[in-house]
Design a protein around this ligand. Structure first.
Ligand code: FAD
Length: 296
């Protein structure tokens, strides 16, 4: 699509290895990864991609994705520039869909807004966190979301009250094909020092229990009702289990670590082994939290 190159210039990059765009550092090439700077540009890229008969998806930080080794023959849109801005508005933080969640957590601590401390250590974007309803320590993003601004498949932009978009555990029922352009988070004023201390406390808990410095995609499986996937995986004897360079973390059994050059195939084979062992040991069928994308 010459159009992409002509319109976006350097912001359209072709044959991009997804291992460089995902926290798991796994995945073959995407045909195009392009940075979009406005709702109109996003809508135009989507329209052109669909007219060319190719699939598209929004790429956040790639921190919940397992991209196949063959890659993705389509367009990955990254919300950047004005669509990645953060600003404080009274007791709210307005975050562009592409804004890094860690920067929102930092801003909240700096200006003294409480409520987002639990999100420290989640490396995604505000849009990705809204789309997956990221959560931790008993809280989630949906609970803080006053408004969601969405680009709809017809090219219209709608701002909806958060409660109009149903959410559940790691699930947000966005209209199909909608892009989260902006999220308005409702927080409470507090002493900056108190917010910073609580943030630090959550970070320390993560550091103690999770392989935070390793290449992972966070928790691989959802917790089944009333239980923890990590506990079941550990009970099934899977800690340390490995396929190629993919290994079940010794620190937290629901994390799979890429020890260097793991392929998506390694990770998928390990996921299947863990699932089978947990099923055989406990009768529980684990459901994926990470999203598998790309060409099989
Ligand atoms: C070390 C580590 C710790 C983690 N801890 C947690 C945790 O505690 N809790 C938790 O919930 N998750 C956790 N995660 C997983 C991950 O960070 C979250 O799911 C995060 O919200 C994903 O955001 P992302 O921007 O990386 O999205 P991506 O992984 O890039 O995309 C995920 C999905 O969201 C869609 N998407 C992304 N942006 C948009 C948008 N603007 N509009 C519409 N759809 C969009 C994508 O198309 C894709 O379907 C962790 C991951 C890591 C690596």
């Amino acid at each position: 699509m010459k159009w992409l190159r002509d319109t976006l210039g350097e912001r359209a990059r072709f044959h991009q290895p997804m291992s460089a765009h995902t926290t798991w550092a796994v995945g073959g090439p995407a045909w195009c990864v392009c940075q979009v700077h406005s709702a109109e540009e996003t809508a135009a890229v989507i329209r052109a991609t669909e007219e060319a008969g190719l699939p598209w998806m929004v790429l956040g930080r790639g921190s919940n994705l397992l991209v196949s080794d063959r890659g993705y023959y389509g367009v990955m849109l990254r919300l950047a520039g004005p669509l990645a801005r953060l600003r404080r508005e009274g007791d709210h933080i307005r975050a562009g869909g592409g804004a890094p969640l860690p920067a929102a957590v930092k801003l909240a601590a700096r200006v003294g807004l409480a409520g987002l401390e639990w999100a420290v250590g989640i490396p995604g974007t505000a849009g990705g966190a809204a789309a997956t309803n990221a959560g931790a320590f008993g809280s989630d993003l949906a609970a803080l979301t006053r408004e969601l601004t969405l680009l709809m498949p017809d090219g219209e932009v709608h701002t909806l009250p958060g409660e109009q978009v149903p959410a559940g555990y790691r699930r947000r029922e966005l209209p199909p094909g909608a892009v989260v352009l902006e999220v308005l988070l409702a927080l409470q004023p507090d002493e900056p020092r108190a917010v910073a201390e609580r943030t630090e406390h959550f970070l320390a808990q993560r550091r103690q229990s999770q392989p935070v410095a390793a290449a992972t995609a966070g928790c691989v499986f959802k917790n089944p009702p009333g239980d923890a996937a990590g506990r079941l995986i550990e009970a099934a004897g899977c800690k340390g289990l490995a396929v190629g360079q993919a290994e079940v973390s010794a620190r937290h059994a629901n994390f799979i670590v890429n020890r260097g050059r793991a392929s998506a195939r390694d990770v998928l084979a390990l996921i299947e082994q863990v699932r089978r062992r947990v099923r055989e040991a406990t009768g529980v069928e684990l459901e994926l939290e990470v999203e598998v994308v790309g060409d099989a």
